[in-house]
Design a binder for this molecule. Structure first.
Ligand SMILES: *[C@@H]1O[C@H](CO)[C@@H](O)[C@H](O)[C@H]1NC(C)=O
Ligand SMILES: *[C@@H]1O[C@H](CO)[C@@H](O)[C@H](O)[C@H]1NC(C)=O
Ligand SMILES: *[C@@H]1O[C@H](CO)[C@@H](O)[C@H](O)[C@H]1NC(C)=O
Ligand SMILES: *[C@@H]1O[C@H](CO)[C@@H](O)[C@H](O)[C@H]1NC(C)=O
Length: 439
């Protein structure tokens, strides 16, 4: 979308015009967003139908040793953007291609008992398997495959936390599954709703926490377990969610993320006063200020906390992830039917994803300078390139168990936002490991 880039480039010259223009643009998007928020929740509740009866004795051989050089005919799916921030250090691990990987994933639905039902595409009967046989290959350098044994050795006595929404949960399961090729994690904590959880690897005294805080700031959410909302979110833009800030100093490594939940209907509060709303209820006399207003403030507040926190470990800020709904969205029959990675330029980042990401990159850039001054090791994880070319990596209808078993033409909810496990986001761990190892 050229318009957005134009708006974006204006930013450097005139903030006010930018805001006005975005305001107008968002009015245009309002209808779409209204429909968006009335859809099933983006976050998925705990699926209690976790895999059971797992055969733990069958752990696959890691395929770390026999990965081949990319074949010459490898599909190129490079996607570059003008304001991409270069990776600190040696090379940009986040720009590259998906190349054939005949050895496939290092874990399966059988070897890993921790895959959430909605993302367990193998168990749920997804018929094609081609999506499992690609690996991420950065353009300018070699990316060693994730080495679970080495990772666990390095992380002895350490604590990690993945902090954010259901994509962070998706990611924590990927990481746990990869590590489970060496040792099964033991769950040592969960909150009442099984949304925040913690696992321990006993032989390594290594802990991974997953903290559910979809906004990073305090939010009162009024949704039932089916994602049906009875009232708009009450969001405190200037109060960070203590769920993560209270534990913040205890973690050695954190991956912090947010995004999609800001698109929902909400009343915004600052300094304990209502300051505006988004997808406003007609009953209220509040000004529609657009979600960008809230996203910028909340993110700036979180980033400022991080950049001035005196934290001694390593903090990754992860940008929000693109979805691949086609022919509609969550609620109205959107689906994602591709079974192979896309080619370069074939898939463009959707406007909403662009808007979120632009806020994220801007706020990160500001915080990053301040963090450097304060000796905070704050790094960016922008997986947009990597994920955009994987429309084939989502559960689609296979978020349910054998959705077409009874009726071949059954109308089922598609998930084109979260990722199958095993699947593309397993390769996040290759990159994260490389960044963690290299400081
Ligand atoms: C794993 O997936 C296969 C299909 O790929 C299925 O036959 C099997 O029952 C699943 N096992 C578990 C434990 O989920
Ligand atoms: C385990 O790790 C924690 C830090 O995560 C540390 O405080 C504790 O002393 C360690 N326990 C042992 C037995 O080394
Ligand atoms: C809504 O707010 C405006 C401006 O603050 C005020 O003039 C108006 O009376 C209010 N309407 C209601 C129904 O409260
Ligand atoms: C995807 O959605 C479109 C539009 O609703 C529909 O025509 C198509 O059959 C769907 N594809 C699958 C595989 O469900």
């Amino acid at each position: 979308m050229k318009l957005m880039w134009w708006l974006w480039s204006l930013n450097k010259h005139n903030q006010w015009i930018l805001k006005l223009s975005i305001g107008i643009l968002l009015m245009g998007l309002a209808f779409r967003l209204f429909v968006y928020q009335s859809s099933p929740r983006l976050d998925q509740n705990l699926d209690t139908s976790f895999v059971d009866g797992t055969d733990k004795s069958r752990t696959r051989d890691p395929v770390l040793d026999n990965l081949k050089e990319p074949p010459a005919e490898a599909v190129t799916v490079g996607f570059q953007e003008p304001e991409e921030m270069p990776e600190k250090g040696t090379c940009d691990l986040l720009t590259g291609d998906w190349v054939p990987n005949p050895s496939g994933p290092i874990y399966t639905n059988v070897s890993c008992p921790l895959i959430e039902g909605h993302q367990n595409c193998m168990r749920n009967g997804r018929p094609d398997t081609g999506y499992l046989y690609w690996r991420w290959s950065p353009l300018d350098c070699e990316l060693p495959p994730f080495d679970a044994q080495r990772f666990l050795n390095l992380m002895r006595n350490k604590q990690w936390a993945l902090i954010g929404d259901s994509i962070s949960r998706n990611h924590v399961q990927s990481l746990l599954c990869m590590l489970s090729t060496v040792e099964q994690a033991v769950e040592v904590y969960h909150d009442e709703e099984f949304k925040s959880r913690r696992w321990h690897f006993a032989s390594y005294n290594f802990t991974i926490s997953n903290i559910w805080t979809p906004f990073l700031v305090e939010a009162a959410i009024f949704e039932d377990n089916n994602g049906v909302s009875t009232s708009e979110v009450q969001l405190q833009l200037d109060k960070l969610d203590k769920k993560w800030t209270n534990l913040y100093q205890s973690f050695d490594y954190m991956i912090i993320s947010t995004g999609k939940w800001f698109l929902k209907a909400a009343v915004y509060h600052e300094n304990n006063k209502e300051v505006g709303c988004h997808i406003c209820s007609e009953k209220r006399n509040l000004t529609e200020v657009g979600f960008v207003f809230a996203y910028e403030k909340a993110l700036r507040y979180a980033m400022n906390f991080i950049a001035t926190s005196k934290h001694k470990g390593m903090i990754f800020f992860r940008t929000s992830t693109p979805d691949h709904f086609e022919n509609g969205e969550w609620h109205n029959g959107g689906n994602c039917t591709k079974t192979t990675p896309a080619k370069a330029g074939e898939i463009e980042l959707k406007d909403l994803n662009k808007i979120l990401r632009n806020v994220e990159l801007t706020e990160f850039e500001k915080a990053s300078a301040k963090a450097a001054e304060n000796g905070i090791n704050l790094r960016l994880l922008d997986f947009t390139n990597l994920l955009l070319s994987r429309p084939d990596g989502h559960p689609g209808p296979y978020r349910q168990f054998y959705p077409f078993a009874e009726d071949k033409n059954a109308k089922v909810q598609n998930d084109c936002l979260h990722w199958c496990l095993p699947g593309p986001i397993d390769y996040w761990n290759d990159i994260i490991m490389e960044m963690a190892v290299n400081g």
